[in-house]
Design a protein around this ligand. Structure first.
Ligand code: MN
Length: 266
């Protein structure tokens, strides 16, 4: 065998070993495929309903290491597939980037998972209906039972208060920490002139909350426009309705999932 052929055979063999190893390890060891599917389906659902456009992201806490989280590489939510989901450490550094671009605002997720052990999923959106409530004095409130999680209160965080004039993005850990502190124990926070973040005990819950935050904002603006006093859910009604909603969430999730799967098979 000539030196050249032996060399090429060696290269091919090393390549095959590397591939076999990658396959055996899997891209995300210890992560249930169903969780990855929820992140993918959730991204498609929120894109389908216009809550996310080309921007925004859905993440989940990593069950293999609860200090880590899972989210897509930098990509429009409607285009996310299972192969795009990556793991990040508690500070938002990719575990194994393999050259993939990552979201600038991953620090939103990193710092909320660090501050809130109860949170298992996070959605960041530039939800159009919500923006007016992020820049005005009208507080976003729960106007009906589906967005009951808003009744506990919706803080508004203004990046300028701590960080002065920025490009408005949560592009480092300090800014993410400030946002997570302002969120406190709530389900949703508005970001002045930017968007919102919804959190929950599962991907389904966080997606549900991101969706109904957008719907609530639209309906609240309509109710205010009627020009009379508006009656909102009380804190107690909100807590009771939220518990019920979380119990029946699969019904709406399965409907949404079927809808986005029909879209992709067209
Ligand atoms: Mn953003």
């Amino acid at each position: 065998m000539s030196h050249r052929i032996r060399f090429l055979a060696g290269v091919l063999l090393s390549w095959a070993v590397v591939c076999a190893h990658a396959q055996a390890q899997g891209p995300l060891p210890g992560v249930p495929p169903a969780l990855v599917e929820d992140i993918v389906v959730g991204s498609h659902i929120l894109a389908e309903f216009g809550v996310l456009d080309g921007f925004g992201h859905v993440s989940a806490r990593d069950p293999a290491d609860p200090s880590h989280f899972l989210m897509a590489r930098s990509l429009a939510p409607a285009l996310v597939t299972a192969d795009d989901i990556m793991a990040f450490d508690q500070d938002g550094n990719p575990i194994d980037a393999r050259g993939r671009a990552v979201f600038l605002e991953r620090f939103i997720h990193a710092e909320i998972y660090k501050a809130r052990p109860d949170v298992m999923a996070v959605v960041h959106a530039h939800s159009p209906s919500v923006i007016p409530f992020s820049v005005s004095k009208a507080p976003l409130r729960a106007i009906y039972h589906n967005p009951a999680f808003l009744a506990a209160g919706v803080p508004v965080w203004d990046i300028a208060q701590e960080f002065g004039a920025t490009d408005m993005l949560v592009r480092n850990n300090d800014i993410g920490r400030s946002l997570a502190a302002a969120l406190g124990d709530k389900a949703v926070i508005l970001m002045r002139g930017h968007g919102d973040v919804a959190v929950g005990p599962s991907v389904k819950a966080a997606v549900y909350r991101a969706y109904y935050t957008d719907v609530d904002a639209r309906l609240q603006a309509q109710a205010i426009a009627l020009g009379t006093e508006v009656t909102y859910l009380t804190v107690e009604e909100g807590a009771k309705a939220d518990a019920t909603n979380l119990m029946v969430i699969d019904r709406i999730w399965n409907l949404w999932k079927q809808r986005v799967q029909l879209q992709t098979s067209k």
